[in-house]
Design a protein around this ligand. Structure first.
Ligand code: 5GP
Length: 113
């Protein structure tokens, strides 16, 4: 069940501010408040979904492909593809997901642990 008051839902609604890297009507990419690498970006679709499986199972192909194509564009815009990067998406208790709105972490800018 999606929690309408989770932190990222509030960021989408503009109730909590963030440092935006890219935004359009469907997606938002912004800096993680507690970066685990020199560059640490979070990417979210604006639809209500709790994790990767929820997103891909319940939304249409255009919405899904747009999100991942924008991920590609953000990685290239930040030139992370030159030195390499990591993309991670945590889910649920075992995945230690903190915020129950589907998101990807894009990490890079240095050699990662
Ligand atoms: P998760 O563990 O759910 O995959 O990751 C959630 C991420 O969201 C964490 O890396 C955390 O630092 C980040 N985060 C939590 N609250 C905020 C916030 O209010 N603003 C921003 N920019 N990032 C947040």
């Amino acid at each position: 069940m999606y929690d309408n008051n989770n932190v990222f839902a509030k960021i989408i609604k503009g109730e909590i501010s963030c440092e935006k890297v890219y935004e359009d009507d469907d997606v938002l990419f912004f800096k993680d408040i507690n970066p685990k690498a020199k560059i640490h970006i979070l990417g979210i679709p604006k639809v209500k979904c709790v994790d990767l499986v929820d997103f891909i199972s319940n939304y249409d192909e255009k919405t899904i492909s747009n999100f991942f194509k924008t991920t590609n564009n953000v990685i290239k815009k930040l030139e992370l593809n030159k030195g390499g990067y990591r993309v991670v998406s945590n889910s649920g208790i075992n995945g230690r997901q903190e915020v129950p709105h589907f998101h990807i972490h894009i990490l890079g800018g240095e050699i990662l642990d």
